[in-house]
Write a protein that binds this ligand. Structure first.
Ligand code: BDR
Ligand code: CA
Length: 298
């Protein structure tokens, strides 16, 4: 029995790999898209593109929020390109968009207990909490216990909609946070790229081209030798919780700081007396993570 999930995402190179991993190894009931790495129109098109090349034809794809709750949209064109999924040559998508909105689709799926995996800004997830639901657990790629990647202390998915993140972290639901602490361990090194190319299929070629583009932008923008493949880590944590090590800690979202809006304030040493509201991942079994990821590409 695999876990029944909704993947809420903003593809995005690493989101595209998260779609593949979730579709192959979980009971993926819906892909909902949100504005983030690119506009909603582009992230939705990109989800359809990835589903098309991966032969994922039985999972509805529905579009959600086109803007954050309380600020202007923030995109990551410098990392993911103008399309949001620059690099590979994608054929025209044959997977359609579901006529329902992401919220209607989610509320249909959430009639039964379901885990939400969120790999984009949390705008859609915050809205899903508003309707009756059976959300079992929310597993998030976002935040960090220390540094950020869009601001000194803020990670992209949280900074792109801090108010939504705040609602989610205050929801009282079981939350697992897979932040930069853990995703910066999932590096697509040249050896990993070689293992993917050796598979020799058209899908492996697309994944290789995605990761090559990601390698280049991470090198230019962040000076990384190999790019961190963030979003599949959150999916992997649902497939096999033993892949990560995590601790129950209190996490607050900074909404007003002069220099720190969008930071995840993690009470690592439990100095505040505030109750833990999330399992915060800090360790990853890197080899087993890549075996899992490469296995589904194969
Ligand atoms: C997160 O931001 C996006 O650019 C990636 O897709 C990932 O979800 C990493 O900070
Ligand atoms: Ca993402």
């Amino acid at each position: 029995m695999t876990t029944r999930v909704i993947l809420d995402c903003d593809p995005g190179h690493d989101d595209a790999l998260a779609i593949l991993l979730a579709a192959r190894r979980l009971d993926l009931r819906a892909i909902t898209t949100v504005a983030g790495n690119q506009t909603l129109a582009r992230t939705t098109l990109n989800a359809r593109r990835m589903c098309t090349v991966a032969g994922i034809t039985d999972v509805p794809v529905a579009a959600g929020a086109y803007r954050p709750l309380a600020q202007d949209p923030l995109h990551a064109e410098e990392i993911h390109g103008v399309s949001g999924l620059d690099g590979p040559d994608f054929p025209p998508p044959t997977v359609d968009v579901d006529p329902r909105t992401a919220f209607q689709l989610a509320s249909d799926v959430l009639r039964e207990p379901t885990t939400i995996i969120a790999t984009g800004p949390l705008t859609n997830v915050a809205a899903m909490l508003e309707s009756p639901h059976n959300i079992e657990r929310i597993v998030i790629m976002g935040g960090s216990t220390g540094h950020g990647n869009m601001a000194p202390l803020a990670e992209f998915n949280i900074l792109a909609d801090p108010e939504a993140a705040d609602l989610v972290f205050r929801s009282g639901l079981p939350i697992t946070m897979c932040g930069l602490d853990v995703t910066h361990q999932a590096l697509a090194t040249p050896q990993i790229l070689r293992r993917i190319t050796e598979i020799g299929t058209p899908l492996a070629q697309i994944c290789h081209d995605l990761l090559t583009y990601f390698t280049d932008t991470y090198r230019v923008h962040f000076g990384f030798e190999a790019p961190p493949v963030h979003d599949p880590v959150a999916v992997a944590a649902v497939i096999d919780p033993t892949l990560i090590s995590a601790r129950p800690l209190n996490v607050e979202i900074e909404l007003t700081g002069t220099h720190t809006r969008g930071a995840t304030v993690v009470d690592l040493d439990r100095v505040t007396g505030r109750k833990p509201n999330a399992l915060v991942a800090t360790g990853l079994d890197v080899d087993r993570f890549w075996d899992l990821m490469i296995g589904v590409i194969r």
